[in-house]
Design a protein around this ligand. Structure first.
Ligand SMILES: Nc1nc2c(ncn2[C@@H]2O[C@H](COP(=O)(O)OP(=O)(O)OP(=O)(O)O)[C@@H](O)[C@H]2O)c(=O)[nH]1
Ligand SMILES: [Mg+2]
Length: 449
């Protein structure tokens, strides 16, 4: 996908899901342009690639814990199968679209919303190059307002003992990529050994891969304990078990799925329902927060990039100045050699022959100049560790580029001004995001009244 195609596709999706960000794409386009003019990006690279535009929220947990039922409830429609046997074998990536469809995993590679190209590589590493990403991943587009501006992942029930390596790898990878991870446990199976191992494994993977505030631990199906008096005990012992694993409190929730509970005919008392409503509201709030945070991070990233580019500019200038010094020295020697040789030849020949000899000599020394320039450029570029600076250095030390003015070209004021303008405008986008989210909150408050 070329950068142009990528801008277009991103805009297409964002115009439906988060309109303020559509204009932010134009800012990234300008950032890319400046970075390209300075040689930091090649013509096929774009900074829009190095950030994920949609926050990823993944739902993991033991099998039959109610992950798919939770997602259906969140989306307001039955998108995922649910049932008492292990239902899901694949990871399902859910994203918004007016047109609903189920697509094979490879579709993820072609969509700029997903940072998943790494997953195919991961799977290849485990299964060999003939591996099939479609066996592990599928994509569903869902027309649900609640899915706008975010990506959800439903996962197969987790079982540390029997799970294939590939599934474990994908789980770790998804945890790495996620902005929020909901880990579902099932109150019907509070403590049995096999289940505990699975939980331990999940908690450990989550803890070792990501920040603690990104993970929510959710004890689901607590309605099934409402007939017994020991609900507090069950929740308490579950929380203690998690605390012993080093999970910080404040990220525990106990909920149940109202429709599923009704279907099973369980009577749920008021107190439990209240607790569930509270916790569920908190979980939904966290999900919304992730969406808001992501939008700010995308805009803030422009500022971060500008700061980096300014650093790269001074690094590239320093390298180019070094290159200029060395080349000037070499060219002085070549010029001297030219003068001496010419003086020497002129004592033997004169007239047209002298002119022809001088011209031939000049051509030979010019060729030598370009050869040395290419070799020196390669040698110096190899020593530059920063890939952006290296790109820029290579661009400005090409044979036809005037090396004497190169450091000045990279340091031109117009580039710095353009970068400063980008930062200023990104501040106004932050303001507009503030307005947008305030507006959303107000309209939500009205609709609740
Ligand atoms: N009583 C009760 N039943 C629930 C609750 N949530 C889900 N269920 C039921 O539990 C079963 C499993 O639910 P699913 O949503 O398929 O669970 P899952 O975690 O997606 O399962 P896998 O994808 O197979 O791992 C279904 O029969 C649901 O109706 C709940 O809160 N209370
Ligand atoms: Mg499921």
């Amino acid at each position: 996908m070329t950068p142009k195609e990528r801008y277009l596709k991103l805009k297409e999706h964002l115009s439906e899901e988060n309109p303020v960000l559509v204009e932010v794409i134009d800012e990234y386009e300008k950032l890319d342009e400046t970075a390209r003019a300075l040689g930091f990006l090649t013509k096929n690279q774009t900074f829009t690639e190095s950030i994920s535009w949609w926050p990823l929220i993944s739902v993991l947990g033991t099998f039959s814990a109610g992950k798919s039922s939770f997602i259906n409830e969140f989306l307001g429609k039955k998108v995922q199968q649910s049932g008492n046997q292990a239902v899901d074998e694949k990871f399902t990536v859910l994203c918004y679209s007016k047109n609903e469809a189920t697509l094979p995993g490879v579709a993820l590679d072609a969509d700029p919303r997903f940072p998943f190209y790494n997953i195919s590589k991961e799977i290849e590493k485990i299964e060999g190059s003939h591996s099939n990403i479609n066996r592990y991943l599928q994509l569903k587009t869902v027309n649900s307002q609640n899915l706008k501006g975010k990506i959800l992942i439903d996962s197969p029930g987790f079982d540390a003992d029997t799970q294939r390596d590939a599934t474990l790898k994908i789980t770790s990878h998804i945890i790495d990529l996620s902005d929020l991870i909901l880990i579902f446990f099932d109150a019907r199976h509070p403590e049995p050994g096999a289940m505990r191992d699975t939980l331990n494994h999940l908690v450990e993977v989550a803890r070792s891969h990501t920040d603690s505030d990104k993970v929510l631990y959710i004890l689901n199906q607590v309605d099934t304990c409402s007939k017994e008096d020991n609900l507090e005990d069950i929740i308490g012992s579950w929380q203690r078990a998690l605390s012993q694993k080093g999970v910080v409190s404040g990220t525990f929730y106990a909920i149940y799925n109202e429709n599923a509970a009704k279907a099973e005919g369980g009577a749920v008392d008021e107190r439990l329902k209240r607790k569930k409503d509270e916790d569920l509201a908190k979980i939904y709030e966290k999900i919304e927060k992730v969406v808001v945070d992501r939008a700010y991070r995308i805009v803030k990233n422009i500022e971060t990039r500008v700061k980096e580019l300014k650093e790269y500019i001074s690094l590239a200038r320093a390298e180019l100045a070094k290159f200029r010094k060395r080349m000037l020295f070499i060219d002085a020697i070549l010029l001297l050699a030219f003068g001496v040789a010419l003086y020497y030849i002129s004592s033997f020949v004169e007239g047209d022959i002298l002119f022809a000899a001088a011209f031939a000599l000049f051509l030979a020394l010019a060729a030598l100049h370009f050869k040395i320039k290419a070799v020196l450029s390669d040698m110096m570029a190899q020593k530059i560790s920063n890939p952006y600076v290296k790109n820029s250095f290579a661009k400005f030390t090409r044979w036809y580029v005037n090396y004497i003015s190169a450091p000045l070209k990279v340091g031109r004021k117009k580039y710095l001004l353009k970068l400063d303008e980008l930062v200023n405008r990104s501040k106004s986008f932050i303001q507009r995001l503030n307005d947008q989210f305030l507006e959303n909150r107000k309209s939500e408050a009205y609709s609740q009244e």
